[in-house]
Design a protein around this ligand. Structure first.
Ligand code: PLP
Length: 394
């Protein structure tokens, strides 16, 4: 049988995914389901999108062989440098594409949620460039810990709406964005920042981020003589940089896939965001996924030092990859991530985002052979995390 880990015709990845949305959003979601693939794959969309990725985002992002890191961990380790993109993370690949999609569908207003602020900044940037009004929902906890990004969004002309429900992080920001969307389903396009949400969002995000693995293929061929690595490694919040990194290798069994989710203070404690290790199957934000929930199905508050991974769920594609044991999932605690960020900074002169630091912290837990080729995605840069790294009180 030809196994595929990609989406099926009904919007599921194995038992995960689907579109569980309130009645009022049915029409908008159906419109998107019927049109997204045709629009994204059309020549005119691809021409404009590719040109923006090259001339505006600065792609291709570098594939850098980190020789000191390689020596320490005993394999050839390459870093896919999404931190070098315009606005500082992979999020811009998706935000530009979704704002273009919104315009093609005739929508006149953009809303988004953000945790670390990188998706908010990317969406505000795309809206400034493509002349769309933009509202970004962000939890008050995240506003405090990611202040530089809040200021950037405001300067870019976006309205940042503080969210004060729950523990005031990413989940709560998504809730408020969905509430807004329910009130304005006709004119508003919801730009979702990760591979989560109802079908077709996970597939939209996967297609737009797939440029990462498309580039890895030819860059690796150029640098090593073969176009596939033994390991691909990425951190996972909802899963957008990870699916971008894996996309063109999903069904290539020569490449092992490794994900790092946020253990917080430990996946066996209450202060965690490790949905694969500690969650169970449930429905959150329109999709059947692994979620942190209590015995009654109430969603539990997630915890991670990293705002971008502080979410009680994980996208459906990754739930399936984990369930099918196609991907290995490692939980990384706050202190391990902080140490890994410092190590990359001092060893290679690259200050990574706290989210990316989680996958760097998986390196000591791997058992590589010296001939192994490893590609690890550095999803973003650490400017936004300086206060946390330097332990400065807000
Ligand atoms: C730099 C960075 N990396 C990773 C993530 C996690 O998101 P995802 O799993 O969608 O890549 C975020 C989210 O804000 C981020 O800002």
């Amino acid at each position: 049988m030809n196994v595929t880990y990609n989406i099926n015709a009904s919007g599921f990845y194995g038992e995960f995914g689907g579109a569980f949305v309130p009645e009022v959003l049915h029409r908008a979601v159906k419109e998107l389901q019927d049109s997204y693939a045709g629009i994204i794959e059309s020549d005119s969309f691809q021409r404009q999108y590719r040109q923006l990725l090259r001339d505006y985002v600065g792609r291709p992002s570098a594939l850098y062989e980190a020789t000191k890191l390689s020596r320490k961990y005993g394999a050839r380790i390459f870093l896919k440098r999404e931190d070098l993109n315009h606005t500082g993370a992979h999020k811009i690949n998706n935000a530009l594409g979704q704002v273009m999609l919104a315009k093609t569908l005739g929508k006149t207003r953009i809303i988004a949620e953000t945790g670390a602020g990188q998706h908010g900044v990317a969406t505000a940037t795309a809206c400034a460039l493509l002349d769309m009004p933009c509202t970004v929902y962000m939890g008050k906890t995240d506003i405090a810990r990611q202040m530089p990004n809040v200021e950037r969004m405001k300067m870019l002309g976006a309205q940042v709406k503080p969210v004060t429900c729950g523990n005031m992080t990413l989940k709560d920001a998504v809730n408020d964005a969905i509430r807004d969307w329910c009130c304005h389903p006709q004119d508003t396009f919801y730009v979702i920042g990760s591979a989560v949400g109802p079908h077709p969002y996970p597939d939209i995000v996967a297609r737009l981020q797939s440029v990462i693995s498309e580039e890895i293929k030819w860059q690796l061929k150029e640098q090593t003589g073969r176009d596939y690595p033994d390991y691909l490694m990425a951190c996972v919040g909802g899963g957008s940089n990870a699916i971008g990194t894996f996309y063109h290798y999903l069904d290539d069994m020569r490449t092992r896939l490794v994900l790092a989710e946020a253990g917080g203070k430990g996946y066996d404690t209450e202060q965690t965001a490790a949905s694969i290790h500690s969650g169970s199957v449930g429905i959150l934000h329109g999709s059947r996924i692994m979620v942190l929930q209590n015995a009654d199905g109430q969603i539990q508050e997630a915890y991670s030092i990293s705002a971008g991974l502080d979410y009680p769920g994980i996208g459906p594609v990754h739930c399936n990859l984990a369930q099918q044991q196609r991907a290995q999932v490692i939980a990384i605690n706050d202190d391990e991530a902080l140490a890994a960020a410092m190590e990359l900074t001092r060893m290679e002169g690259i200050i990574p985002a706290l989210e990316s630091a989680h996958i760097l912290a998986a390196l000591p837990k791997m058992q590589f052979k010296p001939t192994d080729i490893v590609v690890l995605t550095v999803s973003g840069r650490g400017d936004k995390d300086m206060a946390t790294y330097l332990n400065i009180e807000h």
